[in-house]
Design a protein around this ligand. Sequence first.
Ligand SMILES: [Zn+2]
Length: 90
Amino acid sequence: MSEAPRSHGQRPPRPQKKFFHRRKFCRFCTDSAIKIDYKNPQTLRDFVTERGKIMPRRITGNCAIHQRELSLAIKRARTIALLPFVVSDN
Ligand SMILES: [Zn+2]
């Protein structure tokens, strides 16, 4: 009888995540002073990539309500040329 030495119930520890865990909060929920306003591109710019794309919720940490409001504001800001649609490489 040859039994392979297996340690049951002892799993190897999970590999450490490279990114340190940081709790994400919806910025607009935590700070009611900040308003989502399409006329205020400075605030919106924080939620847009340098290429002009809207950042996904999983990165910004916004809640669904505010992310929706934000994307609407960004789209509005774009149409009145406060934010760029696309930022070209050069
Ligand atoms: Zn929120």
